[in-house]
Design a protein around this ligand. Structure first.
Ligand SMILES: Nc1ncnc2c1ncn2[C@@H]1O[C@H](COP(=O)(O)OP(=O)(O)OP(=O)(O)O)[C@@H](O)[C@H]1O
Ligand SMILES: [Mg+2]
Length: 338
């Protein structure tokens, strides 16, 4: 495959990040993200959700995609260019404006002593999307995209605005550079339930212009907002495909368990994806076999010995021995749906 081929907005190939564990035995390794592969098309913006229980590697994957942490292995191509090999200066001027982050806590994003619009002006001027004379116009345009205006916001301090307004302003800040991709890590989890859907709706509207990687615990908003969903389990993507397939008729036993234990009919309700670890289920990513084997209600003998491959079943990717040929090969070499 030609690594520089320019047919996708984002392509991650076997993206991997390992950390030396902060807990447990000194020097033990956690593979936070393990050979993850997917693409976002350049032809049509979409919302791809990364969902999965706490510690499954969503934030780590998002941070690698934003260029905030270096992969241990694998590649990240953005508009056909290998970001991991890009010189720092080019990352700053070419990549950074095109891929913008939105963080979880709007109150932590803004210094309480600074007027909120200063963040937007700074971004506009730093990335040279505006000269001083045109900055007002650019800032007002970005605020307009999130349903606010410069007139409403100018001169206000963070404590004079609600969490929902602040999160809109941080989204406006991200839009100043007219990015092609937003990476939003739990962007609504700090907001009141009543405000959540309005911010999720905003992402759906913004999708007309740019793709969004939406990281969440909340399967209900994932169901509502996404085009495609990737379900993460201990660093693996175990199921990936269109939302109506993956969350509508999940195939992986882990996705099925998440859906049955979590999905709430009311999308504004706060939900967290937690499937309890069973007793004695110590995290050990180096262990052979499937990482869900010790919790899986449909476990087979092979699951404890051999890592499953990625297989295409019914229009989505599934990493599970219940599907595919279980012939004992290591995972990662199978076909992909994207
Ligand atoms: N800087 C780090 N040093 C060591 N281990 C880390 C570091 N960052 C993450 N990890 C570990 O990597 C794994 C994945 O963490 P990550 O934060 O990506 O998960 P997550 O899916 O975002 O979880 P949450 O839903 O709680 O936000 C966890 O086991 C975590 O402890
Ligand atoms: Mg996280």
């Amino acid at each position: 495959m030609d690594p520089e081929r320019n047919d996708s907005l984002l392509r991650v190939e076997d993206l991997t990040k390992s950390f030396t564990s902060r807990q447990g035995l000194a020097g033990s390794r956690v593979v936070a993200v393990d050979r993850v592969r997917f693409e976002l098309p350049s032809t049509r913006p979409e919302i791809l959700t990364l969902a999965g229980e706490s510690g499954s590697g969503k934030t780590t994957l998002g941070r690698m995609i934003m260029g905030m942490i270096e992969p241990s292995a694998g590649h990240l191509y953005f508009m056909g260019r290998d970001v991991s090999r890009m010189p720092a200066a080019e990352r700053q001027t070419w990549f950074r404006p095109r891929v913008q982050p939105i963080f979880q806590d709007p109150f932590a994003t803004f210094n309480p002593l600074r007027r909120v619009e200063t963040y937007l002006y700074e971004t506009a001027l730093n990335y040279r999307v505006a000269k001083h004379a045109t900055a007002d116009e650019q800032v007002d345009r970005a605020l307009g995209e999130v349903g606010l205006s410069l007139k409403e916001v100018k001169g206000r301090y963070p404590n004079e605005l609600s969490g929902g307004q602040l999160q809109r302003i941080s989204i406006a800040r991200a839009l100043i550079t007219r990015p092609s991709l937003l990476v939003a890590d739990e962007p609504v989890s700090m907001l009141d339930a009543s405000l959540r859907m309005s911010v999720v709706n905003l992402f759906r509207r913004l999708k007309q212009q740019q793709s969004v990687i939406y990281i969440t615990h909340d399967l209900a908003t994932a169901y509502y907002a996404s085009d495609r969903v990737a379900i993460m389990l201990r660093g693996w993507v175990v199921e990936l495909g269109p939302v109506e397939k993956v969350l509508g008729t999940p195939l992986h036993p882990y996705t099925q368990l998440l859906k049955s234990s979590i999905l709430e009919p009311d999308p504004t309700r706060k939900t967290r994806l937690e499937v309890p670890l069973s007793a004695g289920d110590v995290r050990d990513d180096a262990r052979e076999g499937c990482r869900f084997a010790s919790r899986c209600p449909r476990v087979l003998d092979v699951c404890r010995r051999v890592a499953p491959r990625d297989t295409i079943v019914d229009g989505r990717m599934v990493k599970c021995h219940l599907f595919g040929d279980s012939d004992g090969h290591a995972n990662g070499s199978g076909p992909h749906p994207n």
